[in-house]
Design a protein around this ligand. Sequence first.
Ligand code: ZN
Length: 216
Amino acid sequence: MKRARPLPSYLVQRYHGWKATTYAENQVWYRRLASEGQRPRAMVISCCDSRVHVTSIFGADQGEFFIHRNVANLVPPYLPDGDHHGTSAAVEYAVTVLKVAHLIVLGHSQCGGVKGCLDMCKGHAPQLEVKESFVGRWMDILKPKYEHVAAIADEDEQVRQLEKHAVVASLENLMTFPFITSAVDDGTLSLHGLWTDIGEGGLQCFDPAADRFVPV
Ligand SMILES: [Zn+2]
């Protein structure tokens, strides 16, 4: 691979700063993590969005969360077709090998992926409808939920509601994986749906009994 280039200097500087401070102060802990392996209690599936910072929200240390990020924190349905499935692979490893106790799907406000899906459903995003659009085909996972928000007049509220439906769609799709259904039935795994408001620092949790998100 001849096209790879050296790291930009601002990242080199930041790395050396971290090595000399955070790492140096916790070297024993890092070495223990390396030798004993990881035993995270929870897996988090969140959006790639740079504003969503799972480890900050929960004040987490290294080794605590097994994190998978993709566009709009979506989990596709169980589809063992021999193709490449990155999200399904991460979920399989977390549940069957690491045996995490909690699987958390974290959605967020102002999600560009969800907005793109909404635009596509309204016929305003032809660039996402072509077969070659990876984002468009990925957002197809969320399309069936559009009917739940189609009647909402205010577009900001419409996006917000679809962001929450994205979390619920992922939870529903997680339950199509046989190893997840059995772990949930055994009581060794629990699923959780969260949605965070970036500007307000808010966090809401899906309440299945009320069928809505309630503040944490
Ligand atoms: Zn997003």
